[in-house]
Design a protein around this ligand. Structure first.
Ligand code: NCD
Ligand code: ZN
Length: 437
């Protein structure tokens, strides 16, 4: 065993934070960033030449479905976290809608043990809200957040009754409640209308607006921290803007599929474009881009299903996203649709703040040395092979600009030029001890 501390000096990278972009050096000691400055010297450190690279804080994807336990033919903690590293993502927050949902202390412990042995990037686990656990102290079990499904989607998780909703929001917990905001009565109504054949028409924007209004009312009444998952429509944005102006304690996220695809892609993609919330109209997509300053974070909702399942008579909803989020955002940055600082804010700084991840989301002394190196000058086509077990992407064939070159996780290089060098189990759980008060 090497007892020397791991000292690395990242030299002459272009460091990207939400506030500034500057050429500088980063000194890593063991797992942490020790120092960041325009020029550093350290005789004992191994030097990593970062000339020509932009360095982002490692991405935090606050919304993934890694499918373990119960659906490991779609993904597991090893393949899902490999996909994360390939995509420049160093922390993932895993959703509870497994076949046996993560809604009890035992189920959370079981998932925790599986992830501990396999995960290659850091991770936090969500606990799922149910009517049954509404009276329990689910916020004390070590999850990073409570996921509450107001509308039915993949899996059986659903909370629609007022008493359970109210109890969850009123519980004394500092964990945010993340809401899948589609109103279930509206979904049932539109799904019964035989003239609505497209997936997007069966889950229209009013379903989202109704659920967001309800969630906001509950959060404002109780003071509970609310995070709205995958916001996708202009109407939701207007609701969120008004709530923020009133001082509501809420944040929201958008996904790459709602920023980079629309109903114009629905026919071409067929079942591979079926996702919840559905792809939205070009006007809705435009509204998301116009209001990016009101969106707190971008998360993938990485929801892999196999090609066979997608080609079946009843295709499940969901699409993978871990490996394509950053190239898509960097491409948009190269087109000046957002800035690189926005990318750092949306994919790392803000997810860490929303989920109270104390040592994540900054390139600054005292933070975990999670770093994603990118080459902005390289253009290429998104294509197979993918690390995700499902091995497809709705973005396959798209030309992008910005290659993910190297990834460091707590000071260790875990990906270089597409090759993943992390070991199974090198990822650590966050949420147990590392969440700030
Ligand atoms: C998700 C899945 O497959 O787990 N599917 C999806 O379309 N987003 C479930 C969900 O988050 O809705
Ligand atoms: Zn999801």
């Amino acid at each position: 065993m090497n007892s020397q501390p791991n000292r690395r000096l990242i030299r002459s990278g272009i460091i990207v934070t939400p506030d500034e972009i500057f050429r500088g050096d980063i000194l890593i000691v063991d797992e942490s960033i020790a120092h960041v400055a325009p020029h550093l010297d350290d005789a004992d450190a191994r030097v990593v030449d970062a000339d020509g690279y932009h360095i982002l804080p490692g991405l935090i994807d606050a919304h993934v479905h890694l499918r373990e336990p119960g659906a490991t033919h779609k993904e597991d903690f090893a393949t899902g976290t490999r996909a994360a590293l390939a995509g420049g993502v160093t922390t993932v927050l895993d959703m509870p809608n497994n076949p046996q949902p993560t809604t009890t202390r035992d189920a959370l412990e079981e998932k925790r043990a599986l992830a501990r042995d396999k995960a290659m990037c850091d991770y936090g686990l969500f606990i799922g809200a149910t009517a049954e656990n509404a009276r329990l102290e689910i916020g004390d079990w070590g999850a990073v957040g409570v996921k509450l499904y107001m509308g039915a989607t993949t899996g059986d998780l659903l909370v629609t009754e007022f008493d359970a909703l109210y109890r969850h929001f009123a519980a004394r917990s500092r964990l945010p409640i993340v809401v899948h905001a589609e109103d279930n009565d509206a979904l049932k109504f539109f799904a019964n209308d035989p003239t609505r054949t497209r997936h997007s028409a069966r889950r229209p924007p009013i379903s989202a607006a109704l659920a967001v209004s309800r969630a906001l009312a509950l959060a404002e009444e109780t003071g509970r921290q609310l995070h709205i998952a995958h916001l996708s429509t202009a109407r939701e944005i207007e609701l969120v803007k008004a709530a923020t102006a009133r001082g509501a304690r809420m944040t929201c996220e958008a996904t790459p599929q709602h920023l980079f695809l629309s109903t114009d892609d629905e026919e071409r993609l067929g079942a591979f474009g079926v996702v919840n919330p559905p792809l939205r109209s070009p006007d809705d997509v435009h509204a998301l881009w116009q209001n990016l300053q009101h969106i707190d974070l971008v998360a993938t909702d990485h929801a892999p299903h196999t090609i066979e399942e997608k080609q079946s008579a009843k295709p499940p909803s969901g699409m993978p996203g871990l490996e394509t989020m950053l190239p898509l955002l960097l491409t948009a940055a190269s087109e000046k649709r957002l800035s690189l600082q926005d990318v750092a804010r949306l994919t790392s700084h803000n997810p860490a703040r929303v989920f109270h991840l104390a040592r994540k989301g900054e390139i600054a002394a005292g933070y975990d040395a999670d770093l994603t190196f990118v080459r902005l000058d390289e253009a290429y086509v998104l294509q197979k092979p993918w690390q995700t077990k499902c091995n497809w992407s709705p973005f396959e064939g798209r030309r992008v600009r910005g290659r993910i070159a190297r990834v460091f996780l707590r000071g260790q290089e875990v990906m270089a030029d597409g090759e993943i060098t992390a070991n199974a189990g090198s990822g650590k759980e966050i949420g147990l001890t590392t969440v700030s008060e």
